[in-house]
Design a protein around this ligand. Structure first.
Ligand SMILES: Cc1cc2nc3c(=O)[nH]c(=O)nc-3n(C[C@H](O)[C@H](O)[C@H](O)COP(=O)(O)O)c2cc1C
Length: 305
């Protein structure tokens, strides 16, 4: 492996979870002597930043999982990059579940990078609070966040050493999941955007217009319009300071209140939240978290049992 002095982490984050992890990775790599910067994919796609990263010795690419795939913005970003010339790349994703159905989420992106001369050697998945349909208990949110921060230290060791990590999934399962992704991508986003409305609490701060990663929100003749290009990233809904952006279609997809993303840092410091939701005896939906959480907690010294 070529010596890595400088790294850049390019990420997309709808509601802040992936951003927290990208920042965590950057700090972890800096502690390992790698000068690491951050770059939002949307800034490259909107022409605010150059996509030439040839000065760097390592690139990180991070995204949330949407419908078992990557947001199309991340897949488009991969196409914008110049030839990689064997540049090493680590890919990471955040999802609301560590289940293997999410393992193949970055595969189209990885394929695009590999076809363009990038050497993707490390692929990881970090479970974070759910921002879509399911409201997790805040104790679980804290537990997930704490584990993700601990896990990324271990992953940063591997990345700095150039160790290979793959997330394998059966090709047939991957094929089925990709079909579901295409539905989410083509139908759900449009349906959601058609039903978005701005309520009376709006102060016209225009944060939603400025923040939409694909420029899908506009203010025309005093009223807001939502185009059909919606990524379903939920940023306009959760980031509105007055909670004035409301979903009238796929209404159940909005998690209230969403205590993931940047609000997570506060939870970490809450003395009344012990962050111990999933235990070895958890049942039902939460059963599949046991191995991921308890293994990580033990490896990182968060839980000693
Ligand atoms: C449209 C949409 C689809 C999602 N699909 C999945 C999924 O397939 N699997 C999963 O585990 N989480 C899924 N999630 C949850 C997010 O991946 C998870 O909360 C992620 O950490 C959000 O990252 P962000 O805050 O950086 O946007 C989905 C979220 C959204 C908004």
């Amino acid at each position: 492996m070529r010596p890595v002095g400088k790294a850049i982490i390019c990420y997309f984050s709808g509601t802040g979870n992936t951003e927290l992890i990208a920042k965590g990775y950057a700090e972890a790599l800096r502690r390992r002597g790698i000068d690491t910067g951050l770059c939002r994919m949307e800034d490259v796609l909107n022409g605010k930043r150059d996509a030439d990263f040839s000065d760097y010795g390592l690139i990180g690419i991070g995204h949330p999982v949407y419908g078992f795939g990557a947001p199309r913005l991340a897949e488009t970003f991969a196409l914008q990059l110049p030839a990689g010339n064997d540049m090493p790349v680590f890919v990471f994703k955040t999802a609301s579940s560590p289940h293997r159905v999410n393992y193949s989420a970055s595969n189209v992106l990885i394929c695009r990078l590999s076809n363009n001369g990038y050497r993707v050697f490390h692929n990881s998945l970090l479970a974070m609070p759910c921002n879509f349909y399911v409201k997790y208990d805040d104790r679980l949110n804290k537990q997930l966040y704490r584990s993700a921060l601990g896990k990324l230290e271990l992953l940063a060791d591997e990345i700095a050493a150039g160790s290979v990590r793959e997330l394998r999934v059966h090709p047939l399962l991957e094929h089925v999941l990709r079909r579901l992704y295409v539905w989410e991508e083509r139908v759900a986003g449009k349906t959601f955007a058609k039903g978005l409305r701005v309520g009376e609490d709006c102060t016209f701060c225009l944060k939603c217009v400025r923040n939409c990663p694909v420029g899908n929100i506009a203010l025309e003749a005093g009223s807001f319009t939502f185009g059909a290009d919606c990524l379903l990233c939920m940023r306009c809904v959760y980031a509105c300071p007055r909670q004035a952006v409301k979903a009238t279609r796929l209404r159940g997809s909005v998690v209230k209140p969403f205590t993931g993303g940047l609000r997570l840092s506060k939870l970490l410091e809450d003395p009344d939240n012990d962050g111990c939701y999933v235990t070895g005896r958890s049942k039902g939906y939460y059963k599949h978290f046991i191995r991921y959480l308890l293994d990580t907690e033990q490896q990182c010294g968060i839980r000693k049992e």
